[in-house]
Design a protein around this ligand. Sequence first.
Ligand code: CMC
Length: 435
Amino acid sequence: MGDDDGAGTLTVTDNRTGRSYELPLVHGAIRASDLRQITTGPDDRGLLSYDPGFLNTASCESAITYVDGERGILRYRGYPIEELAERATFLEVAYLLLNGELPDAAQLRDWTAEIVHHTFVHENVKKFIDGFHYDAHPMGIMVSTVAALSTFYPEAKDPVSSAVRRRQIVRLIAKMPTLAAFAYRHSAGLPYAYPDSDLSYTGNFLSMLQKRTDTRYRPNPVLEHALDVLFILHADHEQNCSTTTMRGVGSSHADPYSAMAAATAALYGPLHGGANEQVLRMLTTIGSVENIPDYIARVKRGEFRLMGFGHRVYKSLDPRARIIRRVAEEVFEVTGRNRLLDIAVELQRIALEDDYFLSHRLYPNVDFYSGIIYQAMGFPVDMFPVLFAIGRTPGWLAQWEEGILDPAQKISRPRQLYVGSGVRHLDAPETAVAS
Ligand code: CMC
């Protein structure tokens, strides 16, 4: 994009008053606050824009991730997701998102060493994970333990300091797999396995999950690579629900652990990062290919949604879903074919020939196939959103830091259209309160 791309002005005529206003355009957008000058008289506080769910509101300028939902394009810092998934590692992508450039060999060595150094968590963290019930959802454990980390690093309360920010960013990226693995082992009734600094980021995570009595765990390289690609695909997705939460909480200058706990909670929802879990449950409920037409008919009657389909931004195939299909085949070479894949492929085929899905522009999203891979790799269903959270961590942190550094950002505080009752008084007969 050129510097003056999307510049110009917009002339707005208020038909209530007949007055016209010229509003400047920057990057093809008006500033919503420029609407405030449009009033009908002295008692009018100015025009607001109404946009529940931010369907058409840019909440920030960002140089991190570019999504073109019409053409199915996703780029991190300008690099196409397909190239990064093919040729970079997750830690390189994390560095790219945070720093704007891919690391050279020396930078990657230092970055990896820094992350490895911080993978351990304080021993007390184990104690409060122990306090959770045996069947606690690991995402619930993640939300709580990420928040609790803030109490271990009181310095994090100064997000304006770049050195402080950097230390917490490294800690969070390093410790997320450890917390996730501990949450899993707690629910499985297994002793916690400590990080192994000789393994890759993803290999170490697999080790902490799966290590039993072996002195040294050796991850299967195909599965290690597949999980690394899945982390890359989830690493950022511009202003989605959880990232908006991260930026919103960050805008009050809360520490990044508290902000990321809130982002993790937002991701937990079935319409967002919890969708991969719901897709698996849905495919299991469908059970076999013959039951698909009936299931689709019920979706069309509005009884429930087809999980893993649809996206606020993508109105064509999610490019991540295309890459995941390929990764799935590689994983199944090792694990054997997940029989749910046949149901998923047929479901996709039928849905994409159906007028309801075509007219609503509903296509498979990233979550449609990811769960099938995770299940084949042996992850329990309720770990799926946790895997999403590990992948999304560098994106959340890059977006949080960009928000903190952006002089245009203020504390997040939308307006509302008040539609409640007018003034009324406690001593009116119908509302009198008992003393
Ligand atoms: N199945 C059936 N109908 C759907 C679906 C679906 N998955 N998604 C949207 N629709 C329909 C919806 O009923 C509505 O129809 P109508 O206009 O006739 O009332 C129309 O499409 C628009 O829906 P919307 O809720 O206004 O769209 P949205 O942009 O607010 O929602 C979404 C986006 C992802 C929440 C939604 O598509 C959905 O609920 N999908 C299923 C959950 C899912 O897979 N989520 C993962 C998203 S990708 C990973 C991530 O970023 O978290």
